[in-house]
Design a protein around this ligand. Structure first.
Ligand code: SAH
Ligand code: SF4
Ligand code: F3S
Length: 474
């Protein structure tokens, strides 16, 4: 299985009277949505579309939406209001605008979206987007179209491989979805409902995709999955491969020098994956391992199925395997029933572990999830105060982590032009942005860099002595 279909429908959707049509894809939410947005844009290239960065210039706008918190979903409806006004202005001049709602809001709300916003032409769920050209054809003939099925066929088998020039334009780092869906059913979370059951792509399909990326200049891949460390895809010689085995295989792809993966659940952090952080040099020492809360009572109510002590033990194991590993986490404050004492347990866990960077959110009750039905919902002002306290603590740790790298020499993978002329920007192994005075010929290469200063969001460094020329280290 190649993982990508090179064929496409003969009737071209995107060119009308010789004019190329333009598509703008706006991605909300997680990195998996960012990956899906690129795949949808790739699907439309053989249909005659070119991509544009501004909805004002587009004939087709795709909102690839996120349903994780109420605020995320509401942002989509405000944007749809603006697009409706644009569509009406176009109609007055005889032109048109096609509006597609894709992603997790599309999956969760389905045809209800047509009722809330009449300007929408197509609704398509995250598992069905390979059917996008077909739905656009339907919409083109004046019928609104929706597809929120979890189809039998695998969407990955029907995607279009991007041309090398498109891959190059996206840079030296690429996302690759290797696993989708979630069977964990944390009581606050919509993902198991919007993305469906856990599925892993076969190793051969992932290798083919990564080889194509590497040939076009990609040097770092970030393997994505809602539960990426639960990965268990069909191995190349039959049987099942774990995420550690997949990483080991991808490290052999010519040109790939760095591998990352996200997001992991603590309960799926298997011994072989922990050991891979010791044994596989391509695996970067940065791990996003959400804990959500430091209180056993809250963790149980969240249906996380791990306790605070399990998480602390796991972090100790990981640090034994790779003592410089940088950790990051997600946190939710104000889950129903969370007391001041529970919240203090979270602050205490943060102090005990020390995170390099983290995301933290106020609990947002989501319709259809068990958390939304629980008694003792926490008042919004209490959530806001807790969030501010937690974020102050996490920000202090992030700054301390960044400042601790000053004076050290770190390998940096250069990715793009820097903020100022004569600068290039890259990433440290710990996912920190690093700005260096150096020529653009180093983009795509790894060089040792001496870190000389830490700003609020970037490190600043200079090429370490003797760092010129040569192939990127493997
Ligand atoms: N699969 C990942 C996370 C997916 S969602 C994991 O298991 O950790 C990303 C983050 O959004 C979650 O880690 C959680 O912190 C946050 N989140 C999910 N549902 C939420 C809700 N209802 N309210 C607030 N934050 C939420
Ligand atoms: Fe959501 Fe929990 Fe699954 Fe993560 S593990 S996607 S938080 S249900
Ligand atoms: Fe959002 Fe769906 Fe990702 S709800 S976080 S876009 S899986």
């Amino acid at each position: 299985m190649s993982g990508f279909d090179q064929t496409h429908d003969e009737t071209c959707l995107g060119s009308e009277a010789g004019r190329k049509r333009r598509v703008h894809v706006h991605s909300y939410g997680c990195q998996m949505n960012a990956y899906d947005s690129q795949r949808m844009a790739d699907l439309l290239v053989p249909e005659g579309y070119s991509e544009c960065t501004d909805a004002q210039d587009a004939d087709l706008v795709i909102l690839n939406t996120c349903h994780i918190r109420e605020h995320a979903a509401e942002k989509v409806f405000s944007e749809l209001g603006r697009l409706r006004a644009l569509k009406e202005r176009r109609a007055a001049t005889g032109a048109d605008l096609t509006i597609v709602v894709a992603g997790c809001v599309a999956q969760a709300e389905g045809e209800e979206i047509f009722r809330r916003q009449k300007a929408v032409d197509v609704i398509i769920g995250p598992q069905a987007y390979h059917r996008l050209p077909e739905l656009l054809r339907k919409a083109g003939s004046g019928h609104r179209a929706a597809d929120t099925e979890f189809p039998e066929e695998d969407k990955f088998d029907h995607l279009v491989a991007p041309r090398p020039a498109r891959i190059r334009a996206r840079g030296v780092g690429a996302f690759v979805t290797v696993q989708e869906g979630c069977d964990k059913f944390c009581s606050f979370c919509v993902v198991p409902y919007t993305r469906g059951a856990e599925v892993s792509r076969p190793v051969a399909a992932i290798v083919a995709e990564v080889e194509r990326l590497a040939c076009a200049g990609v040097r770092e891949v970030t393997l994505l999955g809602q539960n990426v460390n639960a990965y268990h895809g069909t191995a190349e010689r039959g049987g099942t491969a774990s995420l550690a085995a997949l990483c080991a295989r991808l490290a052999k792809v010519e040109g790939i020098v760095r591998i990352r993966y996200t997001t992991s659940h603590p309960n799926d952090m298997t011994a072989d994956l922990v050991a891979a952080h010791r044994d596989q040099p391509a695996l970067m020492p940065y791990l996003h391992l959400p804990v959500q809360s430091g209180s056993d009572g809250v963790l149980a109510a969240m249906n996380r199925k791990h306790r605070r002590a399990d998480y602390l033990d796991l972090v100790a194991d990981i640090r034994r395997a790779r003592n410089d590993i940088a950790l990051s986490s997600d946190f939710i404050v104000g889950f129903p029933g969370e007391t001041e004492e529970d919240f203090t347990d979270t602050l205490d866990l943060v102090e005990t572990i020390g995170f390099a960077s983290s995301f933290s959110f106020k609990y947002s009750p989501r319709p259809g999830t068990p958390g939304a039905e629980l008694p003792h919902q926490v008042a919004d002002d209490v959530k806001a105060v807790r969030l501010a306290r937690l974020q102050a603590c996490l920000e202090r740790q992030r700054q301390a982590f960044n400042h601790a790298t000053v004076g050290r020499t770190l390998d940096v993978l250069f990715e793009k032009k820097g903020r100022h002329d004569g600068q290039i920007a890259g990433k440290s192994p710990y996912l920190q942005a690093v700005q260096v005075d150096a020529g653009q010929e180093l983009i795509g290469e790894v060089r040792p860099v001496e870190i000389v200063a830490a700003g609020p969001n970037s490190l600043f460094g200079r090429l370490a002595r003797g760092a010129g020329g040569g192939a990127p280290p493997r």
